[in-house]
Design a binder for this molecule. Structure first.
Ligand code: ATP
Length: 355
């Protein structure tokens, strides 16, 4: 697997690692969240990285205990630590907030969502050689949530695209590509229909491409890109997308490599980051100790990398790859019979072996 190396725009310039480790907020979340986040915390500890976790409630569990899905203590903790490992949150409980995830991303200006998606040896899918980086703009587009009813039976939802946010995410994608020796960036759009909004997004991407002549720049219309992703995914490298297309395409990409339980995610801002798996609360399997912890564990690798622990990040990824390649221990979503705890235990063992 190609490593996501430390990137200047992705590194943490916060407090130094003290005696008890770097302070970070831990949000177990809802549904399978506590199970997979527990796995990630165990794996980070096994890698030797010391983190002083400040555990906070959010989502349905917070609503039940505190009366709010986004309690003030959570926001205070995030403002202090500026880094979090987060489980999925049940958002429909968040009355007053359209989505708690969107609220957190906007409050902390986490403008870039990164989802590294690659094939795993030993995990059978229809595709091999997938090695994609999805870079999704996180703060605007239809997710700005500006909707109103014009008249009964007619509603309007406004798509906001700004040059500022489009330029910022394009710079992030190209910078990431350069630092990680990726070959190309493909901007994905529907500018043939949304000439002004997606046109602006493209204009900003094109302008940024001129400053990164070492990186090949391509454009593709979103519907054609989806078809190519399921016929020839290995032909893509870094994908640059607006918020809504990014949301949809990243789940599609997860499907190429074994499903939602496999793909990590990170939301980066200039002054902080939240790391989380791509999947949701998976209520159908919550509490059964069968959720696949790989996505959360790989998200924790992105977190330790962000803190500058490159060796530990590589160790975690290698351990996950080794366990999957061996093929004996895997959760039911991958056709296995193992529990979340058994997968976690196997990853910890593999880390210890490599230490
Ligand atoms: P939410 O409303 O929180 O998004 P959801 O069920 O609509 O929940 P996901 O939680 O993403 O969406 O789940 C979609 C499907 O993928 C479910 O069948 C779920 O069991 C499965 N799934 C999601 N995450 C995992 C995981 N970590 N391990 C195994 N299966 C998973």
């Amino acid at each position: 697997m190609r490593r996501i190396q430390k990137c200047a725009t992705l590194s943490f310039n916060g407090k130094k690692n003290g005696h008890h480790g770097v302070p970070a907020t831990l949000i177990p979340g809802d549904g399978v969240g506590p199970e997979v986040i527990g796995a990630a915390v165990t794996v980070i500890a096994a890698s030797g990285v010391r983190i002083e976790w400040d555990e906070q409630l959010a989502g349905a569990s917070a609503l039940k205990r505190t009366g709010s899905p986004v309690p003030p203590a959570l926001l205070t903790s995030l403002k202090r630590t500026r880094i979090a490992l987060k489980g999925p949150l049940e958002t429909r409980v968040g009355e007053g907030y359209r989505s708690i995830n969107v609220h957190l991303r906007k409050t902390f200006n986490l403008f870039a969502n990164l989802r590294p998606t690659h094939s795993f040896e030993g995990v059978n899918t229809r595709f091999t050689g997938v090695d994609l980086i999805v870079v999704r703009e996180n703060t605007e587009d239809l997710y700005a949530g500006i909707e109103h009813q014009v008249t009964p039976g007619v509603v309007e939802s406004i798509k906001i695209i700004t040059a500022r946010a489009s330029t910022r995410i394009a710079r992030f994608a190209f910078e990431f590509a350069r630092i990680n020796q990726r070959k190309s960036v493909t901007a994905i759009h529907k500018a043939n229909i949304m000439k002004l909004s997606d046109g602006l997004f493209l204009k900003c991407a094109r302008r940024m491409a001129t400053a990164y002549k070492d990186i090949e720049y391509n454009e593709q219309i979103v519907d054609a890109a989806c078809m190519r992703l399921v016929t020839d995914p290995a032909s893509f490298d870094v994908l640059l997308l607006e918020n809504l297309y990014g949301d949809i395409v990243s789940d599609l990409c997860a499907g190429l490599v074994g499903g939602l339980g496999m793909v990590p995610g990170a939301n980066y801002g200039d002054r902080g980051a939240i790391f989380e798996a791509v999947h949701g609360t998976a209520p159908d399997i919550a509490g059964k100790n069968i959720a696949n912890p790989v996505a959360a564990i790989l998200s924790s690798a992105l977190l330790v990398e962000y803190l500058g622990h490159l060796k530990a990040a590589t160790q975690i990824r290698t351990a996950v790859n080794d366990v999957l390649r061996a093929g004996r221990i895997r959760t039911p979503d991958l056709g296995g019979k193992s529990t979340t705890d058994e997968v976690t235990g196997a990853v910890v063992k593999a880390i210890k072996r490599s230490a």
